[in-house]
Design a protein. Structure first.
Length: 597
């Protein structure tokens, strides 16, 4: 360490400069790569989750439409049977029986064809009556009828009470229009609504390709792979046809899908690291799984890392050259400047340091001199502001007392008690007590928005009792900001001004709206009334703090504006928009995340 102290300033600059630049360079390169990668992955996860929800919504619509189709067919079949009720009461040797029976069957087929036309998601429909006669929208469904009659499909439907039942995606030889095409099937027992007698079985087939086509419509060519896994781990609808109707081959992924603990997983599948997301489709007991290769997501991060390193090296070279040149000229002026700074540190702001150079040290000396001057001015201003703040604290305490308001409230409570309105008198007394409790706030100047709103509600309750036929109000507060801090008695003076100088003078029923919400890093407070309004000249006088010199009618407004500016600076405060005869909109802007001093 002693060796380092004895080195020239120029050498010290180089010895410190090199590691200070090289180390952060590698850190920035590494962190930028990690951060950029995580940002891309997080964004991809969010996009994938949104896509998955959209796919599930579309699948849900497909399933709901199919069930709606079955319900419509149920109703239509009941109508056909009811219309032909006498047909089956005629003797079987009646010459017209066969004709009527064919007409009856034609009506059923037309109902099935119509349902198929209305619901294009459904690929085919079949109805088997209790006489083992089949009606279908495609003749191929009528093949292998004997096998269909003894199939587990019909046995499962027969066990139901008439509710719809979905069967897994499968390829079968019966009750399908194409024996090589996988379908998802809805089965329903058709019951006579009037007699509760069973009429037969309804079969609706939806092609698996209709289900998987939803993936292509949603992802639109992105490098991603969706597939559906049922509750037994079988892939029932892949975007590509690999592993179709087979168990998920990756054991870790299969176990993760079964447990369903998280929505995302990074996993090595077939030698490739992949980002896997899983979303539940509860209606069918399925999981929608998506696999995205991580190397495709992180391809751009490598380019970014190379760019950062190249830029860093270039900056390092230039910085070292500049350090070598400048270090020779800053030693002596720097020593003198250090002495002056030590004098300032000891509290002496009346330093005299002259440096006529225009280099960095000279500029720094000039800035320090300017800074010292500004510090002296700020100290003086701080004293003035502290004095002004105390004056406003006194004015605030006077506003808190409001003897005329207290007198009117006590008079109101007396009248209510005298009239026997003890409940109203009690509520008014409680509101008055709560109002002054929040107004005083144990001497704290800063309170939360919810307490300020509570104070306004108490104030408005009392005023509503006094002026029930004069105005109504509504309060809208964004839930996320109720814990934010604001100066107390910021909103109440605005509400008081709106009632006494906006709504009451118009001599008709008025509306008062109070809103509080967050806009980026600001809290917006609005008090809107539909009263008599004010002129532009009046607004200018209020905001220029001249109105209070003429009269005290709007002192509360100027008090609020000046307190806000005193606390938070000139960029915050109050704005007023008003139109005579239509009302006034007062907006107060304060910073978010206020901390009480």
């Amino acid at each position: 360490m002693a060796w380092f102290k004895n080195q020239l300033i120029r050498n010290k600059i180089f010895m410190v400069y090199i590691p200070l630049i090289i180390v952060p360079l590698f850190i920035v390169g590494y962190l930028s790569n990690r951060v950029f990668t995580e940002v891309i992955i997080d964004k991809t996860i969010m996009n994938t989750i949104d896509e998955s929800h959209l796919i599930i919504t579309r699948m849900n619509n497909l399933i709901n439409n199919s069930e709606s189709c079955s319900n419509i067919v149920l109703r239509e079949l009941n109508n056909v049977y009811e219309a032909n009720e006498k047909l089956f009461q005629n003797p079987k040797d009646d010459l017209q029986f066969e004709s009527k029976k064919n007409e009856f069957r034609g009506q059923i087929r037309s109902r099935l064809d119509f349902a198929l036309m209305v619901f294009p998601e459904v690929e085919s429909i079949a109805f088997l009556d209790t006489n083992s006669y089949i009606y279908s929208t495609n003749d191929n469904l009528e093949r292998e009828l004997e096998q269909a009659l003894i199939s587990p499909l019909l046995r499962s439907i027969d066990k139901t009470s008439g509710t719809s039942i979905w069967f897994p995606v499968q390829i079968r030889d019966y009750l399908v229009s194409n024996t090589k095409q996988p379908v998802i099937t809805l089965g329903k027992k058709i019951i006579n609504i009037s007699t509760q007698e069973m009429l037969g079985y309804l079969i609706l087939n939806v092609k698996e390709s209709t289900l998987s086509s939803i993936f292509d419509k949603t992802v639109q060519g992105k490098q991603t792979g969706y597939y559906i896994v049922d509750n037994s781990g079988i892939i029932v609808s892949p975007q590509s046809k690999m592993n179709f109707l087979q168990r998920e081959p990756n054991e870790t992924l299969r176990e993760w899908i079964y447990l369903g603990k998280t929505d995302t997983l990074r996993l090595k599948i077939a030698g490739n690291n992949k980002l896997v997301t899983s979303t539940v489709f509860r209606k069918m007991g399925w999981r929608l799984v998506n696999e995205i290769p991580l190397k495709e997501l992180t391809a751009d991060t490598k380019k970014l890392t190379i760019i950062v390193i190249v830029i860093g090296i270039v900056c390092l070279v230039f910085a070292l050259l500049a350090a070598g040149i400048l270090s020779r000229y800053i030693a002596k002026p720097l020593v003198n400047l250090t002495r002056s700074v030590n004098t300032i540190r000891q509290g002496n702001l009346d330093i005299q340091y002259e440096n006529d150079s225009s280099d960095e040290v000279g500029l720094l000396a000039a800035r320090i001199k300017y800074m010292v001057s500004r510090i002296k001015d700020l100290i003086d201003n701080l004293k003035d502001e502290q004095k002004k703040k105390r004056e406003y604290e006194l004015a605030l305490m006077q506003a808190q007392v409001k003897p005329h308001f207290l007198y009117n409230c006590l008079d109101l409570i007396y009248v209510l008690s005298d009239m026997g309105e003890s409940r109203e008198a009690r509520d008014a007394t409680k509101a008055l007590a709560d109002f002054y409790r929040v107004s005083l706030s144990r001497g704290h100047d800063i309170i939360t928005i919810d307490r300020e709103i509570e104070n306004v509600k108490n104030y408005l309750y009392i005023q509503k009792v006094r002026y029930s036929n004069v105005f109504d109000f509504e309060i809208e507060v964004e839930e996320a900001i109720v814990g934010q801090k604001i100066p107390k008695l910021t909103i109440q003076p605005l509400v008081e001004n709106a009632i006494y100088h906006g709504i009451k003078p118009k001599r008709s029923f008025g509306k008062l709206i109070i809103r509080a919400f967050r806009d980026q890093d600001k809290i917006i407070l609005k008090v809107i009334d539909d009263g008599v309004g004010m002129t532009e000249d009046t607004i200018k006088r209020i905001l220029a703090y001249k109105q209070q010199e003429e009269n005290r009618t709007t002192f509360g407004l100027t008090n609020v504006d000046e307190r806000i500016k005193l606390y938070f600076g000139e960029s915050y405060g109050m704005t007023i928009k008003s139109e005579v005869g239509k009302g006034t909109d007062i907006t107060v802007v304060i910073p978010a995340n206020v901390v009480e001093a």
